[in-house]
Design a protein around this ligand. Structure first.
Ligand code: UDP
Length: 341
């Protein structure tokens, strides 16, 4: 029988893509979401991709009693925990919202893992834990973590620490923190993708909304950074590659006989500048984008990309899609939700 994997936040951007890849790999995902930052219509869209609506439960991840009940009644074999807030700016304005949901939500899930240490656990962490590494552009898992620049960043930084501390006290638990770099793109069907609530903060959703006429113009934040073309550099990872990494993480944890807490970078290993991403979007989609240069955004890291050797040696995973795939699929998705031909 297919193993059931509970996917908290499974209706969201990365969660929904992971649900597809779990099914493709023979798992039986159970979505747990209360749709506060997502839309239940994703279930119908998922059904178009995978042939049936995935099992789904409306639940706040902070509701530990309900989680315990679900784990037991659904014979859950693994948990992937996405459910969390992720807007950096909002976290600065409303830190308690972030601490109460992201930290309390994680602790609630981990309490259940503590009671069921045979259930592997995968956590959505972020390259934000590296901050602006001094004198380094490429970071590996041994690169020192730095002080986060936002409450959002702290929730990832502290989240990893909470998992580590739980592991030190419960050596049987099998856990992994995946440090995502910059997830972009959408499923090739154009049926699922990123659906930001309100004005997008992230670059590619802002680009696609500008091309769709929802935003007037894209402001590129800063043009005289010490990079190849003066704009910031990130490691943009295709969301389907990222989803596949979660499946590999679950495969790996399930295969282990002993406990662990692994931290693994999930990126492409390649840096791309803001201007390069904008130009790739224009070229691949044959669309002219209205953009201009604006002031620097405070707190922006100048240049960072992943060393991905550990993901390959531990999980046998590496990204296979590129920026072109990502900008094409993101535009296909934006057009499909805006009814643009
Ligand atoms: N960026 C930009 N204009 C925007 C949004 C983002 O120039 O409207 C830049 C931003 O300054 C950064 C890069 O795009 O250099 C990626 O930003 P994003 O917020 O997507 O990711 P993060 O900064 O969290 O890595």
């Amino acid at each position: 029988m297919a193993k059931k994997v509970l996917v908290t936040g499974g209706a969201g951007y990365i969660g929904s893509h992971t649900v597809v890849e779990l099914i493709k790999s023979g798992y039986d995902p159970v979505i747990l979401d209360d749709y506060r930052n997502s839309d239940a219509s994703v279930l119908k869209r998922l059904a178009q991709i995978i042939g049936k609506e995935p099992e789904h439960i409306v639940c706040d991840v902070c509701d530990q009693q309900m989680l315990e009940h679900i784990i037991e009644t659904h014979s859950i074999s693994g948990v992937i925990h996405f459910a969390a807030y992720k807007a950096v700016g909002e976290s600065v304005e409303n830190p308690l919202k972030y601490y109460s949901n992201n930290i309390a939500g994680l602790v609630s899930v981990l309490n259940v893992i503590k009671q069921n240490p045979e259930i592997p656990f995968v956590f959505s962490s972020s390259c934000t834990v590296y901050g602006e590494p001094e004198g380094l552009k490429e970071v590996d898992e041994k690169t020192a973590k730095s002080i986060p620049t936002s409450p959002y960043g702290y929730t990832k930084w502290l989240g990893e620490q909470i998992i580590e501390d739980l592991f030190l006290a419960n050596k049987k638990a099998r856990m992994m923190s995946l440090r995502y770099f910059n997830p972009i793109g959408a499923h090739e069907s154009g049926l699922i993708g990123e659906l930001p609530v309100g004005k997008p903060n992230n670059l590619l959703p802002f680009i696609t909304q500008t091309a769709a006429g929802i935003q007037d113009k894209l402001f590129i934040f800063g043009q005289d950074y010490p990079t190849s073309d003066g704009t910031c550099v990130r490691d943009y990872i295709h969301v389907v590659d990222l989803a596949e990494a979660h499946v590999k993480a679950m495969d790996h944890l399930l295969s282990l006989q002993k406990g662990c807490h692994e931290t693994v970078n999930v990126g492409t290993g390649k840096g791309t500048s803001v201007l390069e991403l904008v130009r790739a979007f224009e070229k691949e989609n044959n669309v002219e984008l209205n953009y201009t240069f604006g002031p620097k955004r405070s707190g922006d890291v100048i240049e960072i990309y992943a060393n991905v050797d550990y993901a390959f040696s531990l999980l046998g995973w590496r990204s296979t899609r590129d920026i072109k795939d990502a900008v094409r699929s993101a535009w296909k998705w934006e057009k499909s939700i805006r009814n643009i031909k």
